[in-house]
Design a protein around this ligand. Structure first.
Ligand code: HEC
Length: 115
């Protein structure tokens, strides 16, 4: 292992520690669980990430757009996720699931935009 590799590994470890540390400090949600849920459930309509197997619906905001929308701050997101949204009136999220999704959007918001 050369020095550059060690440095890269060290940065990766530091980066993920900082991310989970920040997420833990701010809220009880688990960003990784939120992402799993987004990929499994929300991707049926939203573009959660490029290359996903499901085709997103037209005129539904991508999650990159949601995460970068300053109007959709944490409070607005929670309010929105607390009630099911058209055309999916049956998505009922538990508090834990909402915490996880909010943590997921927060983590994406803090990252540089790559997609
Ligand atoms: C059956 C399709 C469908 C599914 C599944 C779905 N959504 Fe949506 N979503 C929509 C549509 C359509 C809109 C745009 C209309 C609206 O704002 O109500 C939307 C809008 C949103 C918005 C933006 C709200 C705003 O004010 O701009 C957020 C955030 C969101 N969805 C989160 C989620 C999350 C998180 C999930 C998974 C738990 C999810 N959605 C699953 C169809 C869906």
């Amino acid at each position: 292992m050369n020095l550059a590799t060690i440095r890269t590994l060290g940065l990766a470890v530091l980066g993920s520690a900082a991310l989970s540390g920040a997420a833990l400090a701010q809220q009880p949600g688990n960003a990784a669980a939120g992402e799993r849920m987004a990929v499994a459930v929300c991707a049926n309509c939203h573009l959660v990430r490029e290359g996903q197997p499901q085709a997103p619906m037209d005129s539904v905001p991508s999650f990159a757009a949601v995460a970068s929308d300053p109007a959709l701050n944490e409070m607005r997101l929670r309010g929105f996720l607390n009630r099911p949204h058209f055309p999916m009136p049956n998505i009922e999220l538990s508090r834990q699931q909402i915490d996880d999704l909010v943590a997921y959007f927060n983590a994406r918001r803090d990252q540089p935009k790559t997609r």
